[in-house]
Design a protein around this ligand. Structure first.
Ligand code: NAD
Ligand code: MG
Length: 393
């Protein structure tokens, strides 16, 4: 029986993953090892009762008594706190879904890779902050990382049977997010509620806001650079409002292979779950005749400064990805809290990178996780200071 764990089970990707696992037989087909959640105890306990994992873990330490109470008499172990989430990853499982949001997903993912097996990686922040370390950890332990981000799953699928040496470029598409049709002058006054609705995809709030600002695409460009080991100038972003084509791989003979599908993350999750096979999945089938036309345009670098910042990060490499992601997380928190405006987020991140590039170490390769976590903390402090002093350019 295949064993599975889900980190971030109560989130958008976690729910979709559970949906597929239940459709494929649930506890009759899979042995559930660990389920983790952030704070949503009721949902975590409900999921645990349905599939009976060895352990259910909640990241918020204060939630432990209630989780215990909710799972009393079930024989399911319970634990709480970030340390307990990481320890849950020490329990071997054949297939592990990494779907915690943010840098908090990095340590559990690294520890899960130590058992070999497959890490289905939705947590793009792991590759952005510590790509080389994560890939090296997989190599050392004979583990496999399968991309779950829809664009990266699309590229991965287009590359089946192909030689990377023949790839000229990788194009990942972007819907353009909530504000794609807004005049640029309006963006500064965009509210959290307005930024939290996506025209095509139903996702967690943080990634939805990141889609509106294109920080999500910025993370994805870096993710592609790390995962496919391709030079940054061969990665391209294309605005494609219909979200039908998720990525295109261009080859040395001029041919291009595009991946199309309905905007439903269960496709990419299901592909990673059933790989190398394909299984029937409950996603809508596209009707291209009804869609009529697909449109594309190049992203405007002024409107989307996050994309330019990603280019700078790839140039510096080393610990710059960790700094970029951490600064972005703090800026996003500040936007959600009403402390900074929508367009200020990119300014804060730029100011943090500027400040840190004046110090030693931003371009140093990460030798270990501690270096990454140190840079993450440093960038969070610098971002916080910039926001409190409102001193970004
Ligand atoms: P979400 O906010 O809906 O869920 C996040 C999950 O992580 C929840 O279970 C939450 O409780 C948990 N969590 C949050 N903070 C935590 C912490 N500090 N420690 C431990 N657990 C914590 O997010 P999501 O939209 O499901 O996204 C998850 C990841 O997948 C992100 O990295 C995101 O970029 C990526 N992703 C999501 C989508 C999507 O369609 N939602 C698509 C592509 C990639
Ligand atoms: Mg994506």
């Amino acid at each position: 029986m295949r064993s599975v764990s889900i980190f971030g089970a109560t989130g958008s990707i976690g729910e979709s993953t559970m949906d597929l696992l239940l459709r494929q037989g649930g506890a009759e087909t899979y042995r559930f090892v660990a389920l983790t959640g952030g704070r949503n105890l009721a949902r975590l306990a409900e999921m645990a009762r349905a599939v009976r994992p060895e352990i259910a873990v909640v990241a918020d330490a204060g939630c432990l008594p209630e989780l215990r109470e909710r799972l009393a008499g079930t024989g399911i172990a319970t634990a709480a706190g970030p340390q307990a989430v990481a320890e849950a990853a020490d329990r071997p499982a054949d297939w592990v879904m990494s779907a915690i949001v943010g840098a908090a997903g990095l340590v559990p993912g690294m520890r899960a890779l130590a058992h070999g097996g497959t890490l289905a990686l939705a947590n793009k922040e792991s590759l952005v902050t510590a790509g080389p370390l994560l890939l090296e950890q997989a190599r050392r332990h004979g583990a496999r990382i399968l991309p779950v981000d829809s664009e990266h799953s699309a590229v991965f699928q287009a590359l089946v049977g192909e030689d990377m040496a023949t790839v000229e470029r990788i194009t990942i598409t972007a819907s353009g997010g909530a504000f794609r049709d807004w005049p640029a002058e309006r963006l500064a006054a965009a509210t959290v509620a307005e930024a939290s609705t996506h025209p095509n995809w139903d996702m967690g709030q943080r990634i939805t806001i990141d889609s509106a600002s294109m920080f999500n695409k910025a993370l994805e460009v870096i993710e592609a650079r790390e995962f496919f080991d391709i030079a940054p100038d061969r990665i391209e972003v294309l605005i494609h409002p219909e979200s039908v084509i998720h990525a295109i791989v261009g080859f040395c003979d001029g041919g291009m292979i595009a991946h199309l599908g309905a905007p439903d993350m269960r496709h990419a999750i299901g592909y990673a779950l059933n790989w190398p096979d394909r299984a029937h999945l409950p996603v809508a089938r596209l009707d291209l005749a009804a869609a009529g036309r697909l449109s594309f345009r190049a992203p405007d670098p002024v409107r989307y400064p996050a994309l330019g910042l990603a280019r700078a990060v790839m140039e510096t490499r080393g610990l710059a990805g960790a700094a970029f992601n951490a600064a972005k997380e703090v800026a996003l928190d500040a936007f959600i809290a009403g402390e900074v405006g929508f367009t200020d987020m990119a300014r804060v991140v730029e100011a943090v990178l500027g400040e840190l590039s004046g110090r030693e170490g931003l371009g140093n390769p990460a030798r270990d996780l501690d270096m990454v976590l140190d840079m993450d903390q440093q960038a969070r402090r610098v971002a916080r200071t910039a926001i409190d002093g409102r001193n970004w350019s």
